[in-house]
Design a protein around this ligand. Structure first.
Ligand code: SAM
Length: 263
């Protein structure tokens, strides 16, 4: 990047990767082949973008910062790069021909809402390789019973296989971030891991159960607007102890509860 490169904007999570060894490891994890379609969110100064192009990808890069977009247009004049200046949360992903991969070093402030948004598009995405806050990566892979087990764990594990590929230290970025990072590889499943009759109801139950982590399940769900008598009857029917806390339920138990309440 040149001397005219804009100063990093903290509000847009602009911590730029400067370590080419990490760039290579991200690209290796994504297993990019020639001609492959890749969506990059937040190309920034283009460290991943240039690597993706060198490996032969067709890249659609969505960047919110108009100054960075203008600089990238000048510095990477490739016919294989399609740059879009837009908020990645608002982008109409359904318009992208499938399948495609998502490769991104996400801005920290956006990682959780964007993950939920991308999970909605999972049927068209073959793999996501994402750099995230370490804590979010740990939530994504946390099994039931672990302290990081959360709504994000349940919803992501319902729809995808996820692994932490490697961790990245703060020194690999400029400016240096306040948190540690991890790269995850997320492969959407062809079907949800457990079958569920009504996915919207399942989501409401999971959110309700985690809404008051310290409360008993029946109380937490009653607080979330579910009729208490119906919740208690459903719990009795499937043999779940109503004094358990929501955060102790496995994916399969949440599914069973959702299907019973659906009835
Ligand atoms: N990919 C570059 C790298 O690895 O150095 C930049 C990563 S930086 C952590 C995050 C990038 O996302 C920044 O370029 C920032 O401007 C961009 N960004 C922030 N919010 C965004 C949004 N809502 N939509 C699209 N891009 C966004």
């Amino acid at each position: 990047m040149t001397e005219t490169t804009p100063r990093p904007r903290k509000s847009w999570g602009q911590n730029f990767l400067i370590d080419y060894n990490i760039q290579r490891k991200i690209l290796d994890t994504a297993e990019i082949g020639p001609g492959e379609r890749v969506v990059e969110i937040g190309p920034g100064r283009g460290i991943l973008t240039t690597g993706l192009l060198e490996r032969g990808a067709e890249v659609l890069a969505i960047e919110i910062d108009p100054l960075l977009v203008a600089t990238l247009r000048q510095e990477i004049p490739s016919p294989h790069l399609h740059l879009i200046q837009e908020d990645a949360l608002q982008y109409p992903y359904h318009q992208i021909p499938s399948p495609y991969k998502v490769v991104a070093n996400l801005p920290y402030y956006l990682s959780t809402p964007l993950l939920f948004r991308l999970l909605e598009e999972r049927q068209r995405i073959s793999r996501m390789v994402l750099m995230l806050q370490k804590e979010v990566a740990e939530r994504l892979v946390a099994p039931v019973g672990e302290k990081n087990y959360s709504v994000l764990s349940v919803m992501a594990q319902l729809y995808a296989d996820i692994r932490i590929a490697f961790h990245v230290s703060r020194g690999c970025f400029r400016p240096r971030p306040d948190v540690d990072s991890s790269v995850i590889s997320l492969t959407p499943l062809p079907h949800p891991r457990v079958s569920i009759r009504d996915e919207a109801l399942f989501r409401r139950i999971v959110r309700g159960a985690f809404g008051h982590r310290r409360k008993r399940l029946a109380n937490a769900l009653a607080d979330a607007g579910f009729p208490r008598d119906q919740v208690e009857a459903a719990l009795r029917k499937i043999g779940l102890d109503p004094t358990r806390r929501g955060e102790t339920l496995s994916l399969a138990e949440f599914a069973l509860l959702a299907d019973t309440l659906f009835d």
